[in-house]
Design a protein. Sequence first.
Length: 300
Amino acid sequence: MDAHIRDLRYFVAVADELSFTKAAERLFVSQPALSKQIRQLESTLRVRLLDRDRRVVALTPAGVELLARARLLIAQWEETVRAVAVAADDTTLTVGFQTRIGRGLIPGVTAAMAARLPDWKLSFRQVSWRDATAGLVCREVDVAVAWLPVPAAGLSWRVVATEDRWVALPAGHPLGSLDVIPFARLEDEAFVALPAGPARDFWLAADQRTGPARVATEAATAEEAFEAVASGLGVTLLAAGNAEIYQREGVVCRPVSGLSPSRLAVVWRTGDDRPAIRVFVDSCAKCLCVTPPSTPAPVR
């Protein structure tokens, strides 16, 4: 059985981090699944690539040799994917999103793309919150419109909108009578949380808490989250613009004071400098930005 590019990506992540725990977090996979893939790669190659015990992970001589070649193979594969797309004259830009975009963005960007790149068309794909990169790392999409934070490794982004955070409450909740709810009044509430990933702590306002959040349930999509709120399982934070987009029976939304704002960004794979990506990013910024746009985030 031949090794897959995915296996090489997993190996490179472990080699970079010298930690299965950190590599699993970086890849957004479980640690047992990552360990299984590395063992499978070692079995395929019939060598030990890593020496590991409970505290230390180190490359073997075979692992050192594979690391340089794995980086080269991954780079060559990514260049091959780009070249094949060009040869196939693929002029569809697939845009990932995790919550409804709204805000008049899609009509505006579609018109801008049609004017500047008339041969290109946009395709939209909703991605579960379980993929913290909104489909970018697995190459399900070309670009994404997503709420920060997103993983830094391998991705760049440009902020196109900044909105206050609100809270969605079950209809009839006592705090629903307030015009603005101080976050301190929400700390003891049960929360509907995102799956594990960079955004989970932000949408639980972990940096504003005096203790850990009380999580009632997790939701993989916005629809699941609002269904849980309407059912009385808990409350959830959301961007101000989404309070209007996701209006529904059984849920009331109120502004929250004491929290930093949320940021909506266009995200793309670092190094993907196709003109269509640049035009899409610029078009989103012109449609939504009311302040000077931020520079792309540094990639660590």
